[in-house]
Design a protein around this ligand. Sequence first.
Ligand code: IDP
Length: 162
Amino acid sequence: EAEREIGFFFPPEQTLAVIKPDTQHKEVILDEIRARGFTVSRLKDTVLSREMAEEFYKEHRDEPFFGQLVDYMCRGPCTMLVLTKENAVDEWRAAMGPTDPGEARETAPESLRARFAKDILQNAVHGSSNAAHARDKIHFIFGDISSENELICDLEAEESFE
Ligand code: IDP
């Protein structure tokens, strides 16, 4: 208790994670997310329109792979997640591993992309690269949930009580 009062308690952070379309491993990835200590605060399966996918990845609009990336992201349902944990943005980036699964297998063999990505495009998962992006993308996908942030719950745990 005393430690909290003098500030050793760090409030949890939130990030936006996406399990990308065509991933055969959605349930395994969700289990991994929880096993790694993230709380799944929001979860929504969504098929993105082209316009939404273009907006979601607008930072990449000048990349040569932008068209392919948009096609891929619209191909089927994405699982959109708000993950909560201390240092969630960086921790989720570390859990995903490098963009290219070849590199991921060499440098981070336990990472999700090392295990579940098909190639550099179809790399299974997305995560915001910094806290400002996380805030923007959470708002873009889920609307204003700031008033709910006190209520950090685990959706699967909640469902299992029903
Ligand atoms: P990140 O997802 O690891 O942050 P970014 O460079 O932000 O990587 O790229 C966004 C997404 O664009 C990647 O996750 C991947 O799906 C796709 N991508 C990145 N680089 C390439 C590429 O060289 N060829 C095809 N697709 C790519």
